[in-house]
Design a protein around this ligand. Structure first.
Ligand code: ARG
Length: 466
């Protein structure tokens, strides 16, 4: 895109009312075309549909419509190929497209009939966001699939589960991976819900009060594949909830990616040694030859900060706006584009990092077999023999305290204890340890198979909605 400087011939959209040209300082601050040019496809499609409707209600003749549609095609082609130049008076993509169409086809001067940039920008941005969130949802599903494949691949692998980053209870690795998978699954749900909520056409709301021209708002909404039409023209041009919804959903998705990243960082440390990243999804050091760094995981963690910033900043922009349209609303695009770009960069990288990683199954298993991780099961074993849980907790707790202070093996104390003995020691055997859990969705290898099935079904059903 070329930016032409000063052009005496160029006129603003409001030149009728104004005697003087816009100041450079105003244009520099006011113009949004450098970033809202991203909306050109939506803007041109909206104009095609609007023009067709205008022809049906007699604003354009058939020939004029043909001429305008051809001009719209040409403008689209020019933008796609980058062979277009922008004048200082081309404030935004809407102004540019209308100016250029009218240069090519003089009847373009009727194109803005019954329309304002206020309903136009709301329309373009809803169309853009629906598409962008659909793409993000597809990428999120790919990550779910990567987690699912890993969960299947590491069948039988176990590791210590953590609370407070202290070893807690043994869990199947697949169970842990799907815990991340379910959080991404809720992100996909939220994306779908946000798409559904923003699926409303604002066209026909005009500047804020609608139009005296009998526009067919339903036909326009239909042709643009919106499922509904706005109910209130003031709301239609003022509402940016859909942007806030998108930013929230993207921020939360980013936070989930950050939590995955954080775990990969910890697990890939020499101290944990639970995961080995593939060379192609990690980086080296320019100075320390031995280093292998989890940059993708760190960027997933780091970039969640700007996603939260985009949401918080935009909510602050909206907070005290009076109805209806205010130029403040132009501030919706940059955070939205940035959030979509950021998440769209992170998701495939995290997916690739997970798919190509190797889990250090032996190292995890050794840790998971610690008898200390079985103490909750031992207490529950006593409960099943009639002891109140609080008492059982204390019995086992005392054995733990003794083992630690006397430096003896916990297994020995268990086998010598009058309440426990050899039968209880057999609970520490590998197979029993990892299959002791009976409840729905719990951390046993047996229960994991059902969960994997539910997870797979959920992915398929969400995919069907995209
Ligand atoms: N570029 C503007 C925006 O993004 C388009 C709407 C301008 N409307 C107006 N009344 N100045 O919000």
């Amino acid at each position: 895109m070329n930016q032409n400087s000063g052009n005496d011939e160029s006129k603003s959209l409001w030149h009728g009312r104004f005697l003087e040209q816009s100041a450079d300082e105003l244009q520099k601050l006011n113009n949004s075309i450098s970033y809202d040019i991203r909306l050109f496809s939506q803007d041109i499609e909206g104009s095609r549909v609007h023009a067709k409707m205008l022809q049906k209600i007699g604003v354009f003749s058939k020939d004029e419509l043909t001429e305008v549609l051809l001009a719209l095609d040409q403008v689209e082609e020019e933008i796609q190929s980058g062979s277009f130049s922008v004048l200082p008076t081309d404030e935004d993509v809407h102004t540019y497209v209308e100016r250029r169409v009218t240069e090519i086809a003089p009847s373009g001067a009727r194109l803005h009939t019954g329309r304002s940039r206020n309903d136009q920008v709301a329309t373009d941005l809803r169309l853009w966001t629906k598409e962008a969130l659909t793409d993000v949802a597809r990428m999120a599903i790919s990550l779910q699939r990567a987690l699912l494949e890993k969960a299947k691949e590491v069948d039988g692998a176990v590791l210590p589960g953590y609370t407070h980053l202290q070893q807690a209870q043994p869990v199947p690795l697949g169970h842990h991976l799907l815990a991340h998978g379910w959080s991404i699954s809720r992100d996909v749900e939220r994306l779908l819900q946000a798409i559904e909520r923003m699926d409303v056409s604002p066209l026909g709301a005009g500047a804020m009060a609608g139009s005296s021209i009998p526009l067919d708002v339903d036909a326009v909404a239909d042709d643009l594949h919106f499922s509904r039409v706005f109910d209130n023209s003031i709301d239609a041009v003022s509402d940016r909830d859909f942007v806030a919804d998108a930013l929230y959903v993207l921020a939360l998705l980013g936070i989930h990616l950050s939590r995955i990243g954080e775990e990969v960082i910890i697990w890939s440390s020499s101290e944990f040694g639970f995961i080995e990243l593939s060379d192609s999804f990690s980086t080296g050091s320019s100075m320390m030859p031995q280093k292998k760094n989890p940059d993708i995981a760190e960027l997933a963690r780091g970039k969640s900060g700007r996603l939260i910033g985009n949401l918080a900043g935009f909510l602050a922009t909206l907070k005290a706006l009076p109805l209806s349209y205010n130029k403040d609303l132009q501030e919706d695009k940059e955070p939205l584009f940035d959030a979509v770009d950021t998440v769209s960069n992170i998701l495939p990288a995290v997916t690739g990092m997970i798919s190509s990683a190797t889990f250090q199954i032996e190292q995890m298993r050794d840790q998971a077999l610690s008898p200390y991780l079985a103490t909750t099961d031992l207490a529950e074993w006593l409960v099943q023999r009639g002891m109140p849980f609080r008492e059982a907790h204390a019995v086992i707790g005392q054995l733990v305290a003794r083992a630690l202070s006397e430096g003896v093996a916990l297994e020995d104390l268990i086998s010598m204890d009058e309440n426990l003995g050899e039968e209880a020691v057999s609970l520490l055997e590998e197979g029993r340890l990892f299959n002791s859990k009976k409840t729905h969705g719990s951390a046993s290898l047996e229960k994991l198979a059902d969960q994997i099935e539910r997870f797979e079904n959920k992915i398929c059903s969400d995919e069907g909605k995209l």
